[in-house]
Design a protein around this ligand. Structure first.
Ligand SMILES: *Cc1c(COP(=O)(O)O)cnc(C)c1O
Length: 344
């Protein structure tokens, strides 16, 4: 069976680095949405809890209900209003005034404010109306937040959006006081914005995903960081054969042997969420080994007859080869791949 190994030591190393940046463990919300970026939702929730993380963010109510209920705060980032009441430590991100109005009384919510990304969130000019509605409908406002669009980039965009956030926050505080609501938590930073921050953050906490798993896409001209990849991906040998010079391997016969060689197939393919390499580039997996020919749905081919091969310890090169980001290669890995935690 193909297998994902989770290096607990590296996860804890990254959580330590990020909680120091934020100011404390309480100021770090671990983002474990989308099956913890492919690492395994329950496993990563358990490890985060063990480390001392008190807040997590997930994709939807289904994910929220699957994890350890002892978190102080479980924030759902991308789900719709639910009729039935969720447990007290679960809250929903609200991305527009239209949707705010659909939440039932007593729902726990975090209000998202659009400070320049223009993806989600209420406008600054809608803060007053939103809070009035929250007050009247007796919604439980637990947080007010925003999201930055360019925290990775080597330009001034982050600073521009951060100053918009400071203004939005001031307006929210003013209106919250006016309506006599309890003061919620404020949060804005993702991994990159937190890593770039100096001397702690002004918000109550930061929401970090990718950096907890050991990666950042921050432009290297800004800085580099001591993060350690948490996941490695491994596959087991399914069969071995010797092919002669001129024989071709796999769909389309894309790989042709230049000499007699021993080759094996391994039990991972694009059906498991590993990218479908077309065999034409120069994709290298761990140890500089090459994939021979096209990746099939459930297998791929490599030289030799090792019982196991490692596809990656660090997914950066593979994501570059597919012209995408580390987030995508990790998140696509299917939940049925066995996950094993390597202890400290
Ligand atoms: C996914 C997500 C994050 C985490 O972003 P990273 O870049 O992985 O740290 C934070 N906030 C929101 C709203 C998100 O959707």
């Amino acid at each position: 069976m193909a297998k994902i190994i989770i290096k607990k030591e590296n996860y804890f190393h990254n959580l330590e680095l990020l909680s120091k940046k934020a100011g404390s463990k309480e100021k770090l919300m671990a983002v474990i949405k989308d099956n913890a970026y492919g690492h395994g939702l329950k496993i990563m929730a358990k490890l985060a809890r063990e480390f001392g993380i008190t807040k997590v963010a997930v994709k939807n109510l289904k994910e929220a209900l699957e994890i350890d209920s002892s978190f102080e705060e479980i924030l759902i980032l991308a789900d719709h209003p639910h009729e039935s009441k969720a447990p007290v430590n679960i809250s929903f991100a609200v991305h527009s005034l239209e949707f705010l109005k659909k939440f039932p009384q007593n729902s726990n919510i975090h209000l998202n404010i659009d400070t320049g990304m223009h993806r989600n969130g209420i406008l600054v000019s809608e803060i007053k109306e939103s809070l009035k509605f929250i007050k009247e409908k007796e919604l439980n406002l637990r947080g007010v937040f925003t999201h930055f669009r360019s925290a990775d980039d080597f330009n001034a965009e982050l600073f521009w959006q951060q100053s918009n956030w400071i203004e939005a926050k001031q307006e929210a505080i003013k209106q919250i006081e006016k309506f006599g609501l309890d003061m919620p938590a404020f949060h804005s930073c993702n991994s990159s914005a937190l890593l770039r921050s100096q001397g702690g953050i002004k918000d109550d906490f930061a929401r970090c995903g990718i950096a907890t798993y050991g990666y950042t896409h921050i432009d290297k001209n800004i800085a580099t960081y001591d993060l350690k990849p948490v996941m490695s991906l491994h596959a087991k040998r399914l069969s071995t054969r010797v092919i002669k010079e001129g024989q071709k391997v796999g769909y389309g016969g894309v790989f042709e042997a230049k000499k007699e060689m021993e080759i094996s197939t391994y039990d991972i393919g694009y059906g498991d969420g590993f990218f479908r390499y077309d065999g034409l580039g120069n994709l290298k997996i761990a140890n500089g080994q090459k994939i021979l020919g096209r990746v099939s749905m459930d297998s791929l081919c490599a030289e030799g007859k090792a019982d196991e091969i490692c596809l990656f310890n660090n997914v950066t090169e593979i994501s570059k080869a597919f012209n995408t980001i580390t987030y995508e290669v990790l998140t696509k890995l299917m939940p049925w791949i066995e996950r094993e935690v390597k202890m400290l």
